[in-house]
Design a protein around this ligand. Sequence first.
Ligand SMILES: [Zn+2]
Length: 123
Amino acid sequence: MNLNEYSKSFSDEVSCVAHFKSVRDKQRVVCIKCGCKKQYWLKNQSIYQCEDCGFRTSLMKETILENSNLSIRTWYQCVLMVWATKKGFSALEILRQPGLKRYEPIWYYKIRRIALWIFYPPQ
Ligand SMILES: [Zn+2]
């Protein structure tokens, strides 16, 4: 995949969520409450629901993006910026949005992890 293909493939939130989900599905999402491996996908809410007990798990739960308030697309955009500029920290510019008050170095670490997730999905 080159830069152009990347930006086309992940041009909106829907395509980024779909990609993120496809990687999670390969890993098998397991219900943290009962251990069941069968999960419904509630598309409108981007949430998995356990077939056995009904417990709901967010798409980002137990991933590097757990607890992130940013959209998945924002993270995918950050990866693109790191890749395109080869100056990692400039990617943090995208995170200077209203509502994001604190500078968090952890972001750069997360961006690198997400890049690995995208290009070398966990098996
Ligand atoms: Zn369950």
